[in-house]
Design a protein around this ligand. Structure first.
Ligand code: NCD
Length: 312
């Protein structure tokens, strides 16, 4: 693959690679719509194997990789809840588990793990391609790629956008990877909406400064919405907080009243799961794009698998 092989961070993707992956995803979507194309894809990678190795809960990421690999003809080995059901519960290191899966012939290992940096650690001992499906509060690069694809579909551009990112920006990995990807494109402005305790990390601000992407930090959600093109909302990452009850949780809810200040052309995105920060009452608003994101994600993940195996 152009990317070297492992997918560890959004930082490894430049605009050309992103464009290539999005085009590839569109081609796969088209191909799967006809019966012959579907059949060709389903046998394309016979003999190749992907292992979903998830040490943290997941619905969308794990299932979309599972659907993607089936549609591309790979076989799979699933380790849902690996921290409980794998030898990790007996004290095996991540590196040893990765070595074992390599010996069994996996070509791709999709890894979700609570520790930041775990994907890099896994890649250091793996011949199989490691795909980082979320490493603690680090990164989630494949989610960011599908997010960018969704933005492109809705706005027909990836530059000159005002993107409002809100919620738990300190512990959420999706916003971190997305901010990195969007900083590749000129004239974007990111408005980070949160309480000061949960604001975006300094490493991301540094990256934005380096790339000339402007940003502001605010707790005025409605103020930020007024001229927004994209709103990207996230949940409080309770599992990463020492004392979740100490954090005020009623602040940033997108509901019908919030939609009144949001421009008609704007899109509302969320990596899901949502846990109260988007009122289901707005799901039928045409600006709500969070379920469509999942659909785009399937083809992005298929494209990534296809590119890794065929070294594109
Ligand atoms: C996100 C994650 O795991 O980081 N979910 C996802 O992959 N779509 C967001 C979250 O858990 O809040």
């Amino acid at each position: 693959m152009i990317l070297g092989m492992h997918i560890l961070s959004a930082e490894q993707f430049g605009t050309q690679e992103i464009e290539g992956i999005m085009l590839h995803a569109d081609e796969l979507r088209e191909q799967i719509e006809n019966r012959q194309g579907r059949r060709e894809l389903a046998t394309r990678h016979l003999g190749y194997g992907l292992c979903n190795l998830f040490y943290e809960p997941s619905t969308r990421t794990r299932m979309s990789f599972a659907f993607a690999l089936k549609k591309l003809g790979l076989h799979d080995v699933e380790t849902e809840n690996a921290s409980e059901f794998s030898s990790a519960s007996k004290g095996e290191t991540l590196e040893d588990t990765i070595r074992v899966i390599n010996q069994l012939g996996a070509d791709i290992i999709v890894l979700r793990h609570p520790e930041t940096g775990s994907a890099v650690k896994a890649a250091s001992v793996s011949k199989a391609a490691i795909i980082n499906a979320g490493d603690g509060k680090g990164e989630h690069p494949t989610q960011a790629l599908l997010d960018v694809h969704t933005i492109k579909k809705n706005h027909e551009r990836l530059d000159n956008l005002k993107i409002v990112m809100g919620g738990d920006l300190k512990h959420g990995r999706t916003v971190r990877s997305l901010a990195k990807l969007m900083s590749n494109y000129p004239n974007n402005h990111i408005s980070f909406v949160s309480i000061p305790e949960l604001q975006i990390g300094n490493d991301i601000k540094l990256r934005l400064n380096e790339t000339g992407t402007t940003y502001d930090e605010t707790s005025d959600m409605l103020g930020a919405f007024q001229d927004a093109d994209v709103v990207y909302w996230t949940r409080l990452q309770k599992e990463r907080l020492e004392n979740p009850d100490a954090v005020p949780q009623d602040g940033f809810v997108i509901n019908a009243a919030a939609l009144e200040v949001l421009p008609n052309h704007a899109s509302i995105m969320h990596p899901l799961p949502r846990v109260g920060e988007i009122d289901p009452g707005i799901d039928n608003d045409p600006r709500a794009q969070y379920f469509n994101q999942v659909g785009h994600g399937l083809y992005i993940r298929m494209a990534l698998i296809d590119r890794i195996i065929n070294k594109l």
